[in-house]
Design a protein around this ligand. Structure first.
Ligand code: ATP
Length: 255
């Protein structure tokens, strides 16, 4: 991970991630359209909205997993399709489900991630140490060798979150990362997200969780109807509401 870039560099560089005139229709319903947004190094974007408003769909588009959309997704100013290797090599996506294998232990699950692309170049012993450290960082010391299916829902989520410690990637796209996490875990995860942003990383996430440091966030609200857009602003934060074609308030202002 690079260190926090100088502010001049942030201003002059293209955003890490941007979407231009993004629209997505599913089941004959526009989830969003005309969406423009850009995410610079050091920014955290929280995507909010009611159930079914398209939050997961948007994250899947942003992480290159869903392609049935209008508009463009840009990585450092280039269409992601043109810089696919650089984009995917900079991306860490954690889905709504923990995405772990229940029959494997916590350590084996992380070894599996490492083999998929975490640190393929690292030596076996070094990889193992990194995996132990990642599990320790998410409070799973002592549970390393237990099959994941014997762990609680929150502990299973923590195995998935250990990847944030394990795999250094600049852009984190996280779907409901706070699900099933207890109060201490929530605080630790908030701190981890903020530290990632301070180091020059960026985060896009869906969550209904309210950050204690809300001023560090930008918010995008999907499914907003006219007049519902504004919520709490902040000195550094900003908010954008975007509705679908079936609402009265289709908007596409830049976030
Ligand atoms: N695999 C799919 N095939 C067809 N339509 C889908 C599929 N997945 C989601 N949809 C539709 O897309 C719409 C948005 O779904 P999405 O999961 O993006 O919403 P969401 O805002 O993340 O919802 P939630 O808060 O419930 O997780 C829903 O109306 C849903 O029916």
């Amino acid at each position: 991970m690079p260190s926090q870039p100088a502010s001049d560099e942030v201003r002059s560089a293209p955003p890490l991630l941007a979407v231009v005139a993004l629209g997505c229709e599913r089941d004959e319903r526009w989830l969003f359209e005309g969406l423009d947004l850009s995410l610079h190094a050091g920014e955290i974007l929280q995507v909010e909205g009611p159930n079914g408003s398209g939050k997961t769909t948007l994250l899947k588009i942003l992480s290159g997993q869903f392609h049935d959309y209008e508009g463009e997704v840009l990585w450092r100013g280039q269409p992601t399709s043109r810089v696919r290797d650089d984009f995917l090599g900079s991306l860490l996506y954690l889905g709504h489900q923990p995405g772990i294998k229940g029959t494997l232990t916590a350590l084996e699950n992380l070894a599996w991630y490492q083999a998929l692309g975490g640190q393929p170049q690292a030596k076996v012993e070094a990889r193992r140490e990194l995996a132990w450290a990642a599990l320790d960082a998410v409070g799973l010391a002592g549970f390393e060798d237990m099959p994941a299916q014997q762990l609680s829902a929150g502990q299973q989520r923590r195995i998935a979150l250990a990847r944030l410690h394990l795999t250094p990637r600049r852009l984190w796209v996280l779907d409901e990362p706070f699900t099933a996490i207890d109060r201490d875990g929530v605080q630790a995860l908030e701190a981890l997200l903020l530290a990632h942003a301070q180091r020059g990383g960026s985060v896009v996430m869906t969550t209904h969780h309210r950050f204690s440091q809300a001023s560090r966030l930008r918010r995008l609200c999907l499914g907003a109807k006219e007049g519902e857009k504004a919520e709490q602003g902040s000195e550094q934060g900003s908010e954008q509401g975007v509705g679908g074609k079936d609402t009265a308030s289709t908007q596409g202002a830049s976030a």
